[in-house]
Design a protein around this ligand. Structure first.
Ligand code: AMP
Length: 281
């Protein structure tokens, strides 16, 4: 397995790999890998001849006062895990390599990036779309794998690929969870014991919503109020949003029908956690 830090070197290798007729799969990450990330690598391995995992804590997707500096990092462990799970290359550029002096080009999607997390993190998806666009040009993948845990991100990336004619297939992989249902996240590291215990309410509230729908409930507000009650019972939980939206435009629904995304963002201490489910109603 190779570790590449330079954009030019990565581009050259990607070009050579394509010339050989090999299929490149990309898994973009911010590192500090857990089983969720590794499941994406294993999924990619089924389709790719050549797997590139990028590790880049992308400064442009963090807002002022967010956890860019504190974000956990462990490159040695990450590289070992990527090797063990079938990665061929770890692309780990520095921030100066991706955003050299004078850098001023950004990719902005309208509409869907203002909703849900975008309402709380107004520059987040601009940073995500910019870095993913750059990674697509650098790594030249045939396909890329993203996690359903970041549902809005996956929707934004699919839109980006469509709008800019990237011709890259986007695969969205299921959320990997801890035994109590908490979605795995590098940010779970921030949780105190009490917060960690409380955080399992996210998945439970989503399962509660699913049960209500299965029992025939179609009113979004009744489902949201029930979830809100469950979550606010936890002393350390501070809700950013609970939403029931359509899975394309992320428009809030009054009555649930079609493919419905139920998404939550809740802060527990300094960890802001997100989770979601998609229901076919
Ligand atoms: P991150 O390192 O948090 O930027 O995540 C990198 C990729 O892994 C993104 O596509 C995430 O959606 C995905 N991911 C993160 N956590 C999980 C999880 N628990 N299950 C599945 N995919 C995940």
């Amino acid at each position: 397995m190779r570790i590449i830090k330079q954009v030019q070197q990565m581009q050259k290798l990607a070009k050579q790999t394509r010339t050989k007729g090999l299929k490149i799969g990309l898994i973009p990450t911010m590192g500090f890998l857990h089983e969720g990330h590794l499941s994406l690598i294993r999924l990619a391995r089924k389709e790719a001849d050549f797997i590139v995992v990028s590790i880049f804590v992308n400064p442009t997707q963090f807002g002022p006062g967010e956890d860019y500096q504190a974000y956990p990092r462990d490159l040695q462990r990450d590289c070992r895990l990527i090797g063990q799970n079938g990665g061929d290359v770890v692309f780990v550029p520095s921030s100066e390599e991706i955003y050299p002096e004078g850098y001023c080009t950004f990719v902005e999607l309208e509409g869907i990036t203002r909703k849900l997390c975008g309402a709380f993190r107004p520059t987040h998806f601009r940073g995500v779309a910019t870095v993913v666009t750059k990674l697509f040009y650098i790594v030249k993948p045939h396909f890329a794998v993203f996690g359903q845990k970041d549902a809005q991100q996956a929707i934004v990336i699919k839109r980006l690929v469509k709008d800019l004619n990237f011709g890259i297939k986007i695969i969205v992989a299921p959320t990997v969870r801890e035994s109590d249902g908490l979605a795995m996240s590098s940010r779970n590291l921030y949780l105190s014991e009490q917060e960690r215990e409380d955080a399992s309410v996210l998945y439970k509230s989503l399962q509660g919503a699913k049960s209500m729908v299965e029992a025939g409930e179609r009113s979004a507000s009744r489902i949201i109020v029930t979830m809100e009650k469950m979550i606010s019972e936890k002393p350390t939980a501070q809700i950013d949003y609970i939403a029931a939206v359509d899975d394309q435009q992320l428009e809030p629904l009054e009555q649930l029908s079609g493919e419905v995304l139920i998404a939550v963002a809740v802060r527990f201490g300094r960890a802001r956690l997100i989770d979601n489910i998609i229901l076919s109603v």
